[in-house]
Structure formats: structure tokens, C-alpha cells
Design a protein around this ligand. Structure first.
Ligand code: PMT
Length: 401
């Protein structure tokens, strides 16, 4: 579940060209389960229409202190309703008025009366953004406890290039999520989490290996989601082209199952949670040829030996760690997954099936079922990022109990 679920977000829009991006922001916030109300400064409606915003938000959009019939718009109620007030884009003019306590429109009156946290995403031309008065106004707002989402560097409406562009809607959403997570810290905050990802490659000779189609996407998404929730994450990955974005993930790259085994057990005793999403090869060639094997006979037999069962060994050695495995099945799925859950002494197992379109290897989506000792929970096909969030919600629920 997103930290935005059922949160009340008041969005204040001021009159700058970046306002055109805000329709997407409203849609993203709604998708994550937030309730959104919008207020505009009078100039903002030159850039975005109240009709679009009321349609996207599902709520009336306000910009005046009173309507045509003389009915008062209660700015105090807006301020009391909101869990968070986000002003995006915030022009240099509105910024200065906020810093000075001016109150000549509905947005500013709401700002002065809001009791919730206020986040400000400035947007203006580079010289305006660098001007000492703007810098001082931003510092003043920060000193009031407002959170500033810094403007980004890039091409500006003036044709110049520099810092002043409003942060992209996805950055603003991420900052809002972080804000709510700080208010309601996750059970994983401060915990040490070990995640494995990707395939393992078992060498046959210096140029060939036995491997599988795992891309690492699922494991990387889990590692990033755990880090977003405040965990310190150790990610051990087999060969994968995936890249990391979160600074709280410590990445160790390995190649073979044996290397993954050794790296996992360097960390195992100190972690609180393990999610084993790597597709570890069950067998490896008994002997690795020193030189490239030459093409000779019509048939080539490679003798294989069992790799260590990393998860099984963790199940035997575990003390207080919460252990989650993955099962990639093609038949008797639930029965096989349940067998692995009990044989490997796991707390939960995530079943994904190659029979489901868009699930399993390589794709950006997955469909999972999570099986624990007392329940089986089914989920729809989702992006691997959303699957990672579902899985960690499930784990948090269990850890909470
Ligand atoms: O990387 P992606 O392209 O995003 O794909 C994700 C995935 C399909 C690889 C992932 O969702 C997944 O299903 N991973 C587990 C695949 C697998 O190896 O399943 P298994 O049923 O063979 O193994 C069961 C569990 O034992 C797994 O947690 C596995 O990591 C672990 N295992 C397996 C063999 C072994 N020698 N040691 C192990 O620890």
C-alpha cells in the first residue's frame, strides 16, 4: 500500500508555465490513493483549466475568496482539511509573499492558516532563482518548517538553460511519499535487509556457462522499495544490467551460485529479513575446462553436480531472521511452493508462474501469490515495483504481529 493511501493533499498552483505539468501530478497522487483538492492563484488559470483539474481530482477547484453569488470560500477549512499542502509550481512572486506573510489571494490565505506540513516546489527562470531575494525567501520558508523541493537544472521557457525548472511530477510524488513515511515510519525502518537478485552463471569453460533468463528486475525493485522504507539493504546480485538508484542499497555483484552462497553468508548473521528472489542454478558443471572446449563429436555430455541450496541452508541456520523465498513454477504450482516453504523452513514464499502472461523472467511486470503458514494471498498482474511494494506490505504486516 502506498504511504499516500487515503491521505488528504491540498495542491496549490501558481501562475507559471510549469503549471502545465500539474495535471499529471494530480493523476499520480490519485492513482496512489490520495484525496486531492486544488486551489489556484488567479494567474494560474491562464496556464491550467479549473475544469481539467476538477475532473482529474474529483473535487471542485477554488481560486477566489467568494463565488459569483457572494458565497465565501472558507480558506481556513482547506488548511484544516489537508494532511499536506503542496504548492507546485511556486512562482518567485508567491514565494516572496509567503515569506513576507502577505495574503491577497485564496492560496496565500490558506497558506497562512494551514496547520499541516507545507511543501514548496519553486519554478522560475534561472536568474530569478539565483537572485539573493529568492534565495533568502526560500531560506525563510525553510525556517518556518516548510519543505522545499529544489528546482531542477535544464532548459527553461525563456530558452536559457540552468536551474529553475520545477522538479518533475514523479520527483514531487517521491518527496511527498517520503514525507508521509517519515510521519508513519515503516516497520522496516532501521532494519537490515538482505535481498538476492538475478541469475547465476555456472562456467563450463572460459567462454560458456549454464544460466537462466532472470534479469534482476524483481530483486532490484524489492531492494529499492525496502531502502525507501528506511531499511539498510544488502543486495547480492548475479549478472544483471539493472542499475540502482537508492543510496541506502549496498550492492555486491557475484557470478556463480557458489559465490552467491559465500556472499550471502558473510551477511546472514547480522540481517533481520531475507528476500531470496535470485534464480540460483541448482546444478553446475563438475569440472570447468581450462581451455575453450573444441567442437569435435556430435554429442557433448557435461557432468553436473548439485549447487548448495542457499535458502535451505539459511532455513537451517536461522535464528530470528524472517525468511522469504521465491518459487518459479510451471506445474503443481501451489503444492510445489508449499513444499519449498516447509522444506526450507521459510516464513513465506512468493509464487510466480511461467504460465501467467507477463509474469516471471525478464518482464517489467509480475503476478504473485504469497503463501505463509496460515494464508495464501493473491495479487493482480502489476509492475515489478508495485509487486515489491505489495510484498513488503505483507512482510511488514507479519513482522508487526
Ligand atoms: O529477475 P527477473 O527477470 O525479474 O525475474 C524474477 C524471477 C522470476 C527470477 C523471480 O521472481 C523468481 O521467481 N525467483 C526465484 C526463481 C527460482 O530459482 O525459483 P526456485 O523455485 O528454483 O527456487 C526456490 C527458492 O530457492 C528461490 O528463492 C531461490 O532463490 C532459492 N534457491 C534455489 C536454488 C539454490 N541452489 N539455492 C537457493 O537458494
Amino acid at each position: 500500500m502506498s504511504s499516500l493511501q487515503s491521505k488528504k493533499i491540498l495542491l496549490g498552483i501558481t501562475g507559471g508555465i510549469a503549471a502545465y505539468k500539474v495535471n499529471g501530478l494530480v493523476r499520480d497522487l490519485k492513482k496512489r490513493g490520495a484525496e486531492v483538492k486544488v486551489i489556484l492563484t488567479p494567474c494560474a488559470s491562464d496556464f491550467v483549466t479549473p475544469l481539467t483539474l476538477s475532473t482529474l481530482s474529483g473535487n471542485a477547484v477554488e481560486s477566489e475568496f467568494y463565488d459569483a453569488k457572494g458565497n465565501w470560500t472558507n480558506h481556513v477549512e482547506f488548511g484544516l482539511w489537508a494532511d499536506l499542502f503542496v504548492i507546485a509550481p511556486c512562482t518567485a512572486n508567491t514565494l516572496a509573499k509567503m515569506a513576507g506573510g502577505l495574503c491577497d489571494n485564496l492560496l496565500l490565505a490558506t497558506y497562512l492558516s494551514a496547520r499541516c506540513t507545507v511543501m514548496v516546489a519553486p519554478a522560475m527562470d534561472l536568474d530569478m532563482y539565483a537572485h539573493p531575494s529568492t534565495r533568502r525567501n526560500l531560506e525563510t520558508l525553510a525556517s518556518y518548517g516548510n519543505a522545499i523541493i529544489p528546482a531542477e537544472h535544464g532548459e527553461l521557457a525563456s530558452g536559457l538553460t540552468g536551474q529553475g525548472r520545477m522538479a518533475e511530477p514523479e520527483t514531487i510524488v517521491a518527496k511527498i511519499e517520503e514525507q508521509f513515511m517519515r510521519q508513519n515510519p515503516s516497520v522496516l525502518k532501521g532494519k537490515k535487509v538482505l535481498v538476492t537478485a538475478g541469475p547465476t552463471y555456472e562456467a563450463i569453460d572460459p567462454v560458456r556457462f549454464v544460466g537462466n533468463h532472470s534479469s534482476g528486475k524483481m530483486g532490484f525493485a524489492i531492494a529499492e522499495e525496502a531502502a525507501k522504507r528506511g531499511a539498510h539493504v544488502v543486495l547480492i546480485s548475479g549478472p544483471s544490467a539493472e542499475r540502482l538508484h537508492h543510496p541506502m542499497v549496498e550492492l555486491h555483484r557475484v557470478t556463480s551460485a557458489r559465490e552467491m552462497h559465500d556472499e550471502v553468508f558473510r551477511h546472514f548473521d547480522t540481517v533481520d529479513l531475507v528476500v531470496m528472489s535470485a534464480a540460483v542454478a541448482d546444478y553446475a558443471p563438475k569440472n570447468i575446462a581450462v581451455e575453450k572446449i573444441k567442437k569435435k563429436d556430435d554429442e557433448l555430455a557435461i557432468e553436473m553436480v548439485k549447487n548448495p541450496d542457499i535458502l535451505g541452508e539459511m532455513g537451517e541456520r536461522k535464528k530470528d531472521q524472517f525468511l522469504v523465498g521465491f518459487a518459479l513454477e510451471t506445474e503443481n504450482e501451489i503444492e510445489n511452493a508449499k513444499g519449498k516453504l516447509s522444506r526450507k523452513n521459510l516464513d513465506a514464499i512468493v509464487l510466480n508462474s511461467l504460465k501467467d502472461d507477463g509474469a516471471g523472467f525478464g518482464t517489467s511486470t509480475n503476478r504473485i501469490r504469497i503463501i505463509s503458514k496460515d494464508e495464501l494471498r493473491e495479487f493482480d498482474l502489476k509492475s515489478k515495483k508495485a509487486v515489491a511494494a505489495d510484498l513488503l506490505d505483507f512482510i511488514e504486516e507479519k513482522l508487526h504481529r
